[in-house]
Design a protein around this ligand. Structure first.
Ligand code: IVH
Length: 676
């Protein structure tokens, strides 16, 4: 690249960073994340290092921040408020220490002690105390000159107004961070994009009565000008701050050696998401004030301190589109397609929007600028929308009223337990009528806990579906292998392998089979319960013929939701065909039921009311261990109703009407030859 082009590129970046500074300091708006800001700053400094001819009075290496806004009176800091250099890796830290040792002409093996102070992501402030009285409070501004925000700072409870301690310096600027706890941010979510903006915005209110309403916190960590400070290291200074009535970060530590700094860094990073305040790194400061003095400053940052940054797990991007994905049970899940962005080393281009209610609550729209978070292995999600950056002609996102796959109406079901409509909207078509649902059903059918067909994963399902090779589960067992052999990427051997693994799964346990059908609300546990109840596939298949759905309520663990779902499943003709076809092809083993003839063999029990010294779980265990069964309602099938304290009257009455034996806890234990 020619010098001219480099200069052009450099000017562009400097202009951009100054634009962000201005936005941040004047308008309280962070248009980019701290991580993005830091990397832009690094790019500029790196360009300067590589190309000595580059110079700009606006370079971030020259200025600390943007000039403060005109709304507040300005005041000079007696001692400038500096910034910190950043370290991103162990190598950066080793370099930092090497430079210190070089500067001090100390042996490379000498050890240096540092304070390690988690870096709270807030707004820094400088509080001037004269003879123990809070005189003024300034924002950082451009580092040399800040804004006088004394009355707003004075509303913060953590900031002492009068300090009586004898050893409190005659004059001192106590410096620290103003911030909002994440839990307190919840109520401010609507107004600000993140806790940092909320803290900054609250501090800059014209009327301090407005600031007072916001639960701002202050932690102290350094000082500016001082007269009469009698400590000689940072760790003791932090302790003194506490004695004088300031809050300090509870995670502050005194650490020797880079190895131990790294250990601490890793431990704190693990705790990071559990903390009630945002931290974006750890600040290391050479502990000894004498050494600090000797080390001094380079440009606008001390040589004796560094900020070891965490990799960011949040980033700002733009929504390009909102896709609707359809799941196996017909649930419509909105997914935001975003401009690809690197979050903590992973390129993210999709973020889940959860459901229709979530979109409405956050009023998320196409072309919105959003903050995306990626935590661990969870699918990235949208944290917040920057309403200020919304295009003028933006329109509210209308959730599809018809299924994008099959055109059926979409519905929100009424949840009889919560007595509310579901947050999730669903395709109203039943199963195989909707292509997208069918594909998802097939993926479930071959999945690990269902048929677990080796080498038959989600991708194969999609590709075979597109090629019209499969539409229903039974098609998997009737595949035209001659056709597959001719497909790209398939050969004789791979086809043989596939054939083998499919054949191998033609014999299956009854419970796996039920689970594989993918009936809504019938997971592994419920499939197991149903298989034990029906014992054979034939009895299960004939469920709809005999209309015995309500009897299923007697199975402990099966409730109204599951029964309704089974009714739905069996009312669909296609499902019945699938069952018939699979029945012809497969060998579905009967459920294995261990029938040892215990004391309660063939007896059914139901408990009502509170028992004495024995839990429901334990009594169920005792019944089943002795070959009895527990049921969930009073019916002719019930043999014993065990009554405890405050029983459900209706159950007792029903049992009496049906001549069912009513016993208490003592009588029950006697049946087991046990005394209570
Ligand atoms: S010391 C010369 N200590 O980080 C020392 N700063 O990039 C400068 N910060 O403006 C400050 N926690 O807003 C220091 N324990 C800590 C800090 C801390 C957060 C912020 C502060 C400062 C910025 C420097």
């Amino acid at each position: 690249m020619s010098d001219q082009l480099i200069q052009k590129e450099y000017n562009k970046k400097v202009k951009l960073i100054n634009y962000y500074n201005k936005k941040y300091y004047n308008d309280n708006i962070s248009e980019i994340t701290d991580a993005e800001y830091d990397s832009l700053k690094k790019e500029i400094i790196d360009l300067e290092k590589k190309n000595k001819f580059l110079r700009s009075k606006d370079s971030p290496s020259k200025i600390i921040g943007y000039k403060p806004s005109k709304n507040f009176k300005k005041a000079k800091h007696k001692v400038p408020m500096l910034s910190l250099s950043n370290a991103f890796s162990e190598e950066d830290l080793l370099n930092f220490e090497k430079k210190i040792l070089n500067f001090l002409s100390q042996n490379v093996n000498s050890s240096i002690s540092y304070t390690a102070e988690p870096k709270i992501d807030g707004i820094s402030a400088s509080l001037t105390y004269l003879n123990g009285k809070l005189k003024s409070g300034l924002s950082r501004g451009d580092g040399k000159e800040g804004e006088d925000i004394t009355s707003n700072l004075a509303t913060i409870k953590d900031i002492p107004k009068n300090i009586l301690s004898k050893d409190f310096p005659e004059e001192i600027d106590i410096r620290g961070e103003v911030f909002i706890k994440n839990s307190d941010f919840e109520i401010l979510k609507e107004k600000f994009a993140n806790p940092r903006n909320a803290a900054s915005g609250s501090l800059r209110q014209k009327n301090s009565e407005d600031t007072k309403k916001i639960p701002l916190k202050f932690i102290a960590y350094t000082f500016g000008f001082q007269k009469g400070l009698k400590v000689n290291n940072q760790y003791d200074y932090l302790k003194k701050l506490n004695e004088w009535g300031f809050k300090t970060n509870p995670l502050n530590k005194l650490i020797t050696g880079v190895d131990n700094l790294i250990k601490n860094y890793n431990e704190v990073e693990k705790k990071r998401t559990k903390l009630n305040f945002d931290i974006d790194g750890i600040v290391y400061k050479v502990n000894d004030f004498n050494l600090q003095k000797r080390l001094g400053y380079v440009a606008n940052a001390p040589r004796w301190a560094i900020a070891h940054k965490f990799s960011s797990n949040k980033a700002v991007s733009e929504i390009i589109d909102i896709d609707i994905q359809i799941g196996r049970t017909g649930a419509l899940t909105p997914v935001a397609k975003i401009k690809p962005i690197n979050i903590g080393g992973v390129l993210v281009s999709n973020a889940t929007l959860h459901n229709e209610d979530e979109i409405n609550r956050k009023d998320i729209r196409v072309r919105d600028t959003v903050t995306v978070e990626r935590a661990g292995d969870v699918i990235p999600h949208i944290l917040s929308v920057d309403i200020k950056k919304r295009p003028k002609n933006s329109k509210k996102f209308i959730f599809p009223q018809i299924c994008p796959s099959c055109g059926s109406k979409t519905i929100k079901e009424f949840n009889s337990i919560t007595k509310k409509k579901d947050a999730v909207r669903r395709c109203s078509s039943e199963g195989y009528d909707c292509d997208k649902i069918s594909i998802e059903k097939l993926k479930h059918f071959v999945s690990k806990e269902a048929f677990n067909i080796d080498g038959f994963g989600k991708k194969i399902v999609e590709s075979f579906w597109k090629l019209n090779l499969i539409k229903f589960p039974q098609d998997i067992f009737k595949l035209d292998f001659k056709k597959i052999e001719k497909l790209d990427g398939w050969g004789q051997l791979s086809v043989e392998n596939l054939k083998y693994s499919i054949n191998e799964k033609k014999t299956i346990s009854f419970e796996r089979f039920i689970y594989a059908l993918g009936i809504r609300h019938i997971g592994l546990e419920n499939a197991k319960l149903l298989s034990k109840y029906f014992e054979t596939f034939l009895k299960f298949k004939d469920l709809s013929k005999n209309d015995k759905f309500n009897d299923l309520m007697n199975i402990d663990g099966i409730g109204e939701t599951q029964v309704n779902s089974l009714k739905n499943f069996f009312s669909n003709k296609m499902n019945l065909i699938v069952l018939d076809e699979l029945g012809k092809i497969l060998t579905i083993n009967n459920a294995v039921i261990k029938r040892k003839k215990g004391l309660l063999n063939n007896k059914t029990f139901l408990v009502t009311g509170k028992l004495n010294g024995i839990s429901r779980a334990e009594i169920k265990f005792l019944i089943e261990e002795n070959s009895g069964t527990t049921v969930s309602s009073v019916s002719k099938k019930l043999n014993y109703l065990i009554v405890g304290d405050k029983p459900t009257k209706r159950k007792v009455l029903n049992a009496k009407e049906l001549n069912i034996k009513i016993i208490d806890q003592v009588q029950f234990l006697k049946m087991l030859n046990k005394t209570s």
